[in-house]
Write a protein that binds this ligand. Structure first.
Ligand code: 13P
Ligand code: SF4
Length: 304
């Protein structure tokens, strides 16, 4: 079976079984083509809460499927590839953050959406990379404990100078690997290109960028810009998707280190197998976890 035939079977099966397919922008091109909704973590979480299908199939990583389940507990939510975790979300658990909260009892806890459902139950508000600055600015509290990403937290702290933001030592190992030498090399190779980076990169790399934003932010900026050449400082699939969307522009990968093995774990065959009932994983969360975790996701939607 070739890719087009497999895609046709997936499209037939999803209609038959009343499944809405969500795909994060870091997924492969052939997966985005069969998805009903694509986008960044924030957009997908809102899309998931509005769909009418009985079933949701997430092509992305586990915390994204958990977020869908929290927002739509009456739906059956599947993660297409059960091994697709997120190295950042796995860094901090409820036990650790409960101890940190004891050290900072008056601080509001802001959790990046890249956290487990279990950890979200003890946080005050969630943010995504596209909504973090707006939400933190809209919060009444001045003292904020921002978890787990210290790079995104540093970026938010610089944009919200009136807030007192405490950071922990967590983050995305893929984005944090990019260094200033990588940037200098890419800029030397493509001197006319603008550098667009995700705020999960280090503050030194962020300081060298022409634009900083979420995956959707980067894509919108590049599509709407009058410029022709761009160096893309986030997962490499974004450069590929942009090249399809804007064939007259040039998109260069900042460094080949920017490959997320978790996001690359899902294949079109996984999507087919999950729809056919031979793969994937149904996400189950107990009622209390859903109720408690939903509070901070609802706060994100209210303030964002
Ligand atoms: P976005 O919020 O930009 O979708 O990013 C999610 C993510 O995992 C980035 O590494
Ligand atoms: Fe998690 Fe980083 Fe992969 Fe995003 S790129 S899913 S933060 S490991």
């Amino acid at each position: 079976m070739n890719i087009a035939q497999l895609q046709q079977k997936i499209n037939e099966l999803k209609k038959q079984k009343d499944v809405c397919i969500l795909a994060h922008s870091y997924q492969a091109h052939e997966i985005l083509e069969i998805a009903d909704f694509t986008g960044d973590s924030y957009k997908l979480s809102v899309d998931a809460s509005k769909v009418e299908n009985k079933n949701i199939l997430m092509c992305g990583v586990r915390f994204m499927a958990e977020t869908c389940k929290i927002l739509s507990p009456e739906k059956t939510v599947y993660l297409a590839q059960p091994t697709a975790g997120c190295s950042m979300a796995d860094q901090m658990d409820k036990q650790l953050i409960s101890q940190v909260k004891e050290m900072y009892p008056d601080y509001a806890v802001v959790a990046y959406i890249n956290t487990t459902a279990d950890l979200k139950t003890i946080c005050d508000v969630c943010v995504t990379s596209s909504s973090a600055v707006k939400i933190v600015n809209n919060m009444p509290e001045k003292d904020i404990l921002f978890i787990p990403d210290c790079n995104l937290g540093d970026y938010v702290a610089k944009q919200c100078p009136d807030k007192n933001i405490k950071l922990l030592n967590g983050g995305c190992p893929i984005h944090a690997c990019v260094n200033t030498d990588d940037v200098k090399k890419a800029k030397a190779m493509y001197p006319n290109a603008e550098l667009l980076v995700h705020p999960e990169c280090t503050p030194e790399v962020v300081a060298m960028a022409d634009y900083v934003g979420s995956t959707s932010g980067i894509m919108n900026y590049a599509v709407n810009s009058d410029k022709k050449d761009f160096i893309i400082g986030t997962e490499i699939s974004i450069a590929e998707h942009l090249q399809y969307m804007c064939p007259d522009k040039n998109f260069y990968i900042l460094t080949q280190k920017l490959i997320c093995p978790n996001m690359k774990a899902t294949t079109l065959v996984d999507v087919y197998n999950c729809l056919a009932g031979n793969g994937g994983e149904e996400i189950t969360l107990d009622d209390k976890t859903i109720k408690d975790a939903k509070k901070c996701i609802d706060e994100m939607i209210r303030l964002g």
